[in-house]
Design a protein around this ligand. Structure first.
Ligand code: ISJ
Length: 253
């Protein structure tokens, strides 16, 4: 097993469809907790030899452990705090080399982090404080990782699009024509389907399952389906396309 399955536009799109499930399940988990804003306060927690909030502490330390366990050997994974991560202690695994080596330089997690805490979270979670700060930080990290993996999968999308029509992409890349690249890689009808599908998935995955009654709970979803569609429309899709452009600009280096 080398992990070298075939990458085509339809196989990368299937991967994105599967990742929708992961994002929605992680959203459902995060919205169990209210905002719990002490998780994010710079001064509420004080850890020895560490400056930052509880979520910073949990994410940096978890990423360090996962780095040693080999997580970031996978070309699909991008850390939020790549500075000073320890090396993998695992034996080498021959992950697919389909991406251009410069792909490793494309990491927009700083923007994802900011948009997640400033805009996405306030949209989804209720106000309040139930004291479950560590659990809140852990579920933020799982959700952030799922969103980040989906957005950075744009590298694979861009690679297969480039391979399908290099003659259309090369002149735009050489001219550093960001707008032209954005236009060329955009499929408006696919984006519409994605937004409708995630809304429907949020209804299916987020409904109450009961043995006694059927239906009386209709409309009472664990995460608001229209917000999931909005999440994709405002951030997930645009940031995926930003990764596609960033990757393509480096594709001929
Ligand atoms: C990911 C793709 O590229 C673009 C981004 C999309 C998305 O993020 O869902 C959908 C269509 C394209 O405009 C794709 O073509 O599948």
């Amino acid at each position: 097993e080398t992990g070298n399955h075939e990458y085509t536009l339809s196989s990368v799109r299937e991967a994105l469809v599967r990742q929708e499930d992961t994002i929605i399940f992680n959203l459902i988990e995060r919205v169990k907790f209210p905002i719990n804003s002490r998780t994010y306060h710079q001064n509420y927690a004080s850890f020895p030899a560490f400056h930052g909030s509880l979520v910073d502490f949990v994410v940096k330390n978890t990423e360090a452990i996962q780095a040693k366990a080999g997580r970031y050997q996978s070309p699909e994974e991008n850390p939020f705090f790549p500075e000073n991560l320890p090396p993998s202690l695992m034996p080498h695994y021959p992950f697919s080399k389909i991406l251009h080596p410069e792909a490793a330089l494309v990491n927009i997690n700083k923007s994802i982090w900011k948009v997640y805490f400033d805009e996405m979270l306030p949209l989804f979670v209720a106000s309040g404080d139930d004291g479950n700060y560590a659990q809140t930080a852990a579920s933020d990290l799982s959700l952030l990782q799922a969103i980040s993996r989906r957005i950075h999968y744009g590298k694979f999308v861009a690679e297969v699009k480039f391979r399908e029509s290099p003659h259309d992409y090369e002149p735009l890349i050489r001219a550093r024509d960001t707008e032209g690249l954005m236009k060329l890689l955009t499929f408006a009808s696919v984006e519409e389907m994605v937004k409708k599908r995630v809304e429907k998935k949020a209804m299916v995955f987020g409904q109450e399952v009961s043995l006694e009654r059927d239906d009386d709970d209709k409309g009472n979803y664990k995460v608001d389906p229209s917000l999931v569609s909005r999440l994709y429309d405002k951030w997930v899709i645009p940031l995926t396309k930003e990764v596609e452009v960033e990757y393509l600009l480096r594709r001929l280096d």
